[in-house]
Ligand binder design. Sequence first.
Ligand SMILES: Nc1ncnc2c1ncn2[C@@H]1O[C@H](COP(=O)(O)OP(=O)(O)OP(=O)(O)O)[C@@H](O)[C@H]1O
Ligand SMILES: [Mg+2]
Length: 276
Amino acid sequence: MNALQNSPRDSATTAQTKVLQLQGISKWFGDNTVLKDVSLDVMSGDVVCLLGPSGCGKSTLLRCINWLEEPSAGSVFLNGQCMGIHKGGMKMNDTNLALMRSRIGMVFQHFALWPHLTVLQNIMQAPLYVQKRAFDQVHQEALELLERVGLAAKADVFPSRLSGGQKQRVGIARALAMKPDILLFDEPTSALDPMLVGEVLEVIRDLAGEGATMVIVTHEMEFARQVASRVVFMDAGDIVESSAPEAFFSAPKTLRAQQFLSRFHGSGSSDPRAVD
Ligand SMILES: Nc1ncnc2c1ncn2[C@@H]1O[C@H](COP(=O)(O)OP(=O)(O)OP(=O)(O)O)[C@@H](O)[C@H]1O
Ligand SMILES: [Mg+2]
């Protein structure tokens, strides 16, 4: 099911399904173990904000979810289907992996738009060439998505002509164009001028309101507090706390989370990396 057509938080009768399941994910680079047996379930409509100090493995975890990094151990299930590996245990070839990956929308810190393609073409690439969907429908949907992120007037311009906030909104529209089961955001606002952060957070907030299933790595604590249905705190490659946002921010259970939050509050900065 397309997460974006599903609004479980609007309806007490909608049963939540398990969209993403991480089972014992470990990742090591040589003798550096970066993720240690991480398990996590994300249900439809969940907005999981993934927090933690710099270097604790947040980006690596997101990259393992869509197999941009192949996990060293453990499994990723997307709506029950094992990522990267067929039922019989054979590894997926690049085509099958790309198809499965296309069900996971990824929004990067540095936008990663194709500079030689217009905004509209950027959005239409994956639906046309990975998902092999019909041009007219993809075109129509791309225009609607641009409308939705407030950039209808920019359809035919190249990314170099956009502000950082506009680029990131195109990045979000591009991720949505694949009708993903889940959206992953890796610090979507940390490369932006502070003036432009709000417009991007607003789009993500709207998606949360519409019931999209999302995992968001962010250093925007106030945003996490408002938008998360659950806060997952990582430290040194491990999930050490998973709580409702109010509980996490007002009474973190672990010493490490307490330290993380108090250093952040004490710094007067909106970015706790400033004090790591
Ligand atoms: N391709 C790689 N090869 C070797 N080491 C890597 C690789 N990718 C990540 N690492 C290491 O994994 C650790 C975790 O990095 P990661 O980028 O996941 O942290 P993070 O929590 O996202 O940090 P930040 O908040 O600064 O973005 C770091 O020690 C990093 O050097
Ligand atoms: Mg990171």
